[in-house]
Design a protein around this ligand. Structure first.
Ligand code: HEM
Length: 144
């Protein structure tokens, strides 16, 4: 979850959430990170399992990133959701595809993928606690 707390909202009318009264005008922070790591929705939420997002997997929960599945809101939801979402989704795919196409990637010093520390570091944006270090060997057939 890149932005753990979404942009602040303000309650437009008085309401009641989980037994708590929320008066009109209350500043509300949405903890999208907590929703994205809720064990009620996610099996072993702390584990790095990118395959859980493959829709073909029957066991995978529904997790569309476009703001309709509230257990996964990388771009937020509603009127304040990220206006750059479509651009970002294309951009990330293009950058990742280019890196994979142009370089052969490996872990340094014979490290094994299973040993990688995928723990997150909290903040306004989330990042890996331990930086991921990789060896990139240019693919000479492509970059020549
Ligand atoms: C992977 C890349 C990106 C991620 C994960 C991301 C995520 C987010 C999130 C979570 C929000 C808050 C949404 C909410 O509170 O409901 C947001 C807001 C925003 N994003 Fe992005 N974003 C990304 C890329 C971009 C790009 C490329 C642009 C512009 C070209 C952009 C422009 C904005 C703007 C202007 C807002 C504030 C919208 C408002 O004030 O209503 N974002 N983004």
């Amino acid at each position: 979850m890149p932005a753990p707390l979404l942009l602040p909202r303000e309650a437009m009318e008085a309401t009641r959430v989980l037994g708590y009264d929320v008066p009109v005008g209350t500043r509300v922070f949405i903890n999208a990170w907590a929703m994205a790591t809720d064990p009620e929705w996610w099996e072993a939420p702390e584990d790095f399992r990118p395959e859980r997002f493959l829709r073909e997997e029957e066991a995978a929960p529904l997790a569309d990133p476009r703001g309709s599945d509230f257990q996964f809101l990388p771009f937020g939801a509603g009127r304040r959701m990220c206006p750059g979402m479509n651009f970002a989704l294309c951009e990330v795919e293009l950058a990742l595809a280019s890196l994979l196409y142009c370089f052969d990637w490996s872990l340094p010093d014979g490290a094994a993928p299973e040993g990688l520390d995928m723990a997150e570091s909290p903040g306004i944006t989330v990042r890996l606690k331990t930086p991921l270090r990789l060896v990139a060997v240019p693919n000479s057939a492509v970059l020549a």
